[in-house]
Design a protein around this ligand. Structure first.
Ligand code: G3D
Ligand code: MG
Length: 175
């Protein structure tokens, strides 16, 4: 058995307020969904180890507040990120349309990095964001994938994070 390669990666969640960023982190880190969870006012950093092939990656997951008030200081939080989860609410088209500017501001600070686009709340009956929409946004980006997720019932919540780790490691292998 080869020795595990240990590393730490900072990742950030980006996207409008109330799309479910904090809920996804909680689902992934604690496997819980707490419908009364508070809006993130500042930044929460959660850590979790993820294994991929012979890599053991400690993810430092930065969950930045989505409120407009924080626009000015947000770029500080992006600094040093190896990748991002760009989250919209699949039942709200506006949050999908806003992903573009979220990703632009992320790339402005850290350059082109792996991004997983997430259409969250896929448990809801009335979805506005389609698979075609998600394909379209992924096509416009290098090293990006998409998933439909639900922090509520757990659909693809873990996969979102582990796929991002895979993209980050694959990118580092290429360099
Ligand atoms: P944010 O961190 O992006 O601001 P939150 O979003 O995680 O705080 O979630 C915002 C609201 O959406 C919360 O509702 C939360 O319970 C709900 N939510 C998050 N993920 C899902 C999901 O996958 N499905 C459904 N149906 N709801 C979700 P409340 O009303 O509790 O504040
Ligand atoms: Mg939040």
């Amino acid at each position: 058995m080869s020795k595990k390669i240990h590393s730490t990666s900072k990742i950030v969640l980006i996207g409008d307020a109330r799309v479910g960023k904090t809920s996804l982190v909680r689902r992934f880190v604690t496997n819980m969904f707490d419908p009364s969870y508070q809006i993130t006012l500042g930044t929460t950093i959660m850590k979790k180890e993820v294994e991929y092939l012979n890599n053991l990656v400690t993810l430092a997951i930065w969950d930045v507040g989505g409120q407009d008030v924080f626009k000015k200081v947000r770029s500080k939080y992006y600094f040093g990120s190896k990748g991002a989860l760009a989250v919209c609410d699949a039942s709200n088209m506006t949050t999908y349309e806003n992903l573009k500017s979220w990703v632009e501001s992320f790339i402005e600070v850290v350059g082109v990095k792996p991004i997983i686009f997430l259409a969250n709340k896929c448990d809801l009956a009335e979805l506005q964001v389609t698979e075609e929409d998600m394909k379209k946004i992924v096509e416009d980006h290098t090293n990006a994938e998409f998933l439909f997720t639900s922090a509520k019932n757990g659909t693809n919540a873990e996969v979102a994070f582990t796929n991002l780790v895979r993209l980050i490691i694959q990118e580092e292998d290429v360099i």
